[in-house]
Write a protein that binds this ligand. Structure first.
Ligand code: CS2
Length: 479
């Protein structure tokens, strides 16, 4: 890409105070911007060292532009671009894992933040326990000076600080998991116990794992986004991100030491985020995944397309009203009905091309906290949540790997192979559903053994097979 105009910095980047794992689009469109807002307003030693656990792509792209990049806000009324300056350096962990452990032991590093997606936690989503069979976990327990997983790095960094008599850092999970701080604490402690029981005790007493609720719709950047940005600003920026105008960050106020004044940028600090998190995971991510599987099968490419279809919009409104909202506690300061109305408008924003295929990824890691918990709560209240069961049936149909036109689906999921094998080996709809319910990483035993759930799921699967998704949705909303 010779001769292209790239962003460049005249000031020196801020001193590193935050190590961030997972420098993907969501991080660059979200927490990096909150930190950038704080740095622009107040300065401070809150520069971010972004660590990629796998690929060098983002590092290589950012290296050509002094670690600056453009965030493009997409509203139906038009675009707004801004240059984000909060990333001070980028590391690629596999190139030199020891350097990351060194970085984690720097005194000025007060925070470690993570956007590593659900599967990055190397746990069983159904139980929240560390997956001891995960190859990275097995590797890291044997080679803690050169870890591969985020959990391995966190424990290696904390171990170094413990031995040196330093204070620990605060670890802030920014992934879509319920009580994400608690989940991460449990995983770190389970891993640390296998390394050294005294270390685990020290972490338990001294480290902090605030839970957070994070929200901003950020579709994967496309070549077209990069091209349009270059046409409008004159800068070639392959690391640019595109995102919706909305953002919300609710953070449990529980830190070891100082932190950036993210509240200046609109973050909400609260004593417990659980109710906010449940609202967001069940209302947003639950319907996002439902629309993704049903929409993909019915031939819709983006969430905007499927949610602008009046039947799917009615389906979605019905999910909130009848199946999701009745299961939620009231989060402080939120109007749940207005929240869901706002969600539909966000989905319908046609400036955002968020692919159903992208959201459909990693369903095995997402379904428990997005949909299955809501189903369990309904069943416990004696209600059969027919709409959400349709969504789960669509997911089963989706991971079967063939769409309604008979075309192959590129299923991306750590359990894709297992799921497909189970489905291929089963004959009837009943057998297929039953074999999937036996996957204990996804379905807890109570739900898996619930006869009402099984019956409803088989019925939903059969309806989708017989009528197709579109007619099934139509019948559902008119029932
Ligand atoms: C989406 C989320 O890809 C997905 O699974 O549901 O990334 C969603 O866009 C964000 O959580 C919105 O905050």
């Amino acid at each position: 890409m010779h001769g292209k105009n790239r962003l460049s910095r005249s000031e020196s980047p801020a001193k590193i105070g935050i190590v961030h794992f997972g420098p993907g689009a969501f991080f660059r469109a979200f927490s990096a911007i909150y930190t950038d807002d704080v740095l622009q307003e107040h300065g401070g030693d809150w520069g971010i060292a972004a660590v990629s656990l796998k690929s060098p792509t983002t590092r290589d792209q950012l290296a050509e532009q002094d670690n600056l990049y453009t965030a493009v806000e997409l509203a139906e009324s038009g675009k707004k671009e801004r240059v984000v300056r909060s990333i001070s350096s980028v590391f690629v962990a596999p190139e030199d894992p020891g350097a990351i452990v060194d970085l984690l032991s720097v005194d000025n590093v007060k925070l470690v933040t993570l956007t590593i997606t659900e599967k990055g936690y190397c746990h069983s989503p159904a139980t929240g326990d560390l997956n001891g069979d995960h190859e990275d976990i097995i590797h890291d327990l044997k080679n803690l000076s050169e870890p591969k997983s985020a959990i391995g790095f966190l424990v290696a960094g904390l171990a170094r600080r413990w031995r040196a008599g330093q204070a620990p850092f605060t670890i802030v999970s920014c992934d879509n998991l319920p009580s994400n701080g608690q989940v991460l604490r449990k995983l770190v402690l389970q891993f640390a116990k296998l390394v050294d029981k005294e270390l685990a005790k020290w972490i338990d007493r001294n480290a902090k794992f605030p839970s957070t609720m994070v929200d901003r719709i950020t579709p994967a950047t496309t070549a077209q986004d990069v091209e349009e940005l270059e046409n409008s600003t004159g800068f070639y920026d392959p690391a640019c991100v595109v995102h919706e105008p909305f953002r919300q960050w609710v953070i449990e106020d529980d830190f070891v030491a100082e932190r950036p004044a993210w509240e200046m940028a609109g973050a909400q600090f609260v004593t417990s985020v659980d109710a906010h998190e449940l609202m967001k995971l069940r209302c947003l991510n639950g319907t996002h995944s439902s629309l993704a599987y049903l929409g993909y099968l019915a031939g819709y490419v983006t969430i905007a397309e499927v949610s602008n279809n009046s039947s799917f919009a009615a389906f979605c409104l019905g999910l909130w009203r009848d199946e999701i909202l009745p299961t939620l506690p009231q989060p402080e300061g939120e109007d749940l009905n207005a929240y869901c109305k706002g969600l539909l408008a966000r989905y319908q924003n046609a400036a955002i091309r968020h692919k159903t295929w992208q959201i459909a990824m990693d369903g095995s890691q997402k379904l428990p906290q997005r949909i299955l918990g809501t189903i369990s709560d309904n069943l416990a209240n004696g209600i059969v949540p027919k709409g959400l069961c349709l969504a789960v049936a669509a997911w089963i149909r989706y991971v079967g790997g063939i769409d309604e036109q008979g075309k192959e689906i590129d299923v991306r999921d750590p359990l894709a192979f297992t799921l497909k094998q189970l489905l291929d080996a089963a004959g009837s709809a009943q057998e297929k559903v039953q074999s999937i319910l036996e996957v204990s990483e996804i379905f807890d035993s109570r739900l898996a053994n619930n006869p009402v759930f099984l019956r409803e799921l088989v019925d939903a699967y059969q309806r989708i097979e017989a009528l197709g998704v579109e007619a099934t949705i139509e019948a559902h909303i008119n029932a």
